[in-house]
Design a protein around this ligand. Structure first.
Ligand code: A2P
Length: 256
């Protein structure tokens, strides 16, 4: 097993019967870049069970936040959804990931495209001052089935705009674009459709994707990643990596 430490659950909040967020203690030695993920889990029947989880806290946070789905009969989340403040969780000692500034070339507009719990790494990115130093406009899209599933993002954006460190920059530069696909709300549709039809760009009052100006981070299900990757490639946005920065980066949101 990879090196892990025991951390203490500080708070838990349930958003819907499918989604919850929790905060845990951060070991003094644990360093990460905003947008990365780490192995996290529980001892189950005497054995450690760990999964990759995006860290929803920015790198400067004193605690660590996570946003999780509850999968019925999911090997980890069927237990994890019952954690309480004071409980012990297991946390890996090393973080990794591609949804980081190092994997993108400089640009003007940063798109953070998420579905469901795929918003978690972007909760870190929108609270990191580097994001606003690097990009003049930051567009966070979040698509869920129902309105209640958008609450985490709504509160996140409000908190970023009120934050003593990034509040002024976020208020001026951060645009939140929530949509639903099943429950009727003010703005509806899959993000793939909204990009294909150009509705996203018309709503924002900006031109369509252009590799000269736009950078994109994507986090969601495998199908969502594949569909958005194809749309980005068609627009000339090449996929980057830590070792070779380019125009777009993708990462699968945890599910299980
Ligand atoms: P839909 O309701 O049309 O399936 P889930 O809760 O299943 O993880 O989905 C989260 C959101 O992602 C839903 O709004 C869902 O829309 C949307 N979605 C699912 N698959 C794709 C895809 N391939 N491309 C874009 N959005 C998707």
């Amino acid at each position: 097993m990879a090196a892990v430490t025991e951390q203490t659950v500080l708070s838990v909040r349930h958003y819907t019967d499918r989604l919850f967020a929790f905060r845990v203690t951060r070991p003094a030695s644990f360093r990460f870049r905003s947008g990365e993920f780490v192995m996290l889990g529980l001892m189950i029947n005497g054995k450690p069970l760990l999964r990759a989880y995006s860290i929803a806290s920015p790198s400067w946070d004193e605690e660590l936040e996570f946003f999780s789905i509850k999968v019925p009969d999911g090997p980890l989340t069927e237990h994890l959804q019952h954690i309480q403040p004071g409980d012990t969780i297991l946390l890996g000692t090393k973080s990794v990931g591609t949804l980081v500034h190092d994997a993108l070339l400089p640009g003007e507009h940063l798109y953070l495209l998420s579905t469901g719990t795929g918003i978690a790494p972007f909760a870190a990115v929108v609270r990191d001052p580097e994001t606003y130093e690097r990009f003049s406009k930051v567009i966070l899209t979040h698509t869920c089935r129902e309105a209640a599933e958008l609450t985490y993002g709504v509160e996140l954006v409000a908190a970023a705009k009120a934050d003593p460190l990034v509040g002024e920059m976020a208020s001026a530069q951060l645009i939140h674009y929530p949509t639903t696909t099943r429950e009727q709300t003010a703005r509806m549709g899959r993000i793939t459709t909204l990009i294909e039809t150009g509705e996203l760009f018309r709503d924002l009052g900006v031109p369509a994707f252009d590799p000269a100006r736009d950078r994109v981070m994507i986090c969601g299900s495998m199908e969502m990643l594949a569909d958005l990757k194809a749309l980005c490639e068609a627009a000339g946005l090449e996929e980057g990596a830590n070792s070779r920065p380019a125009h777009s980066v993708v990462e699968k949101a945890f599910a299980g």
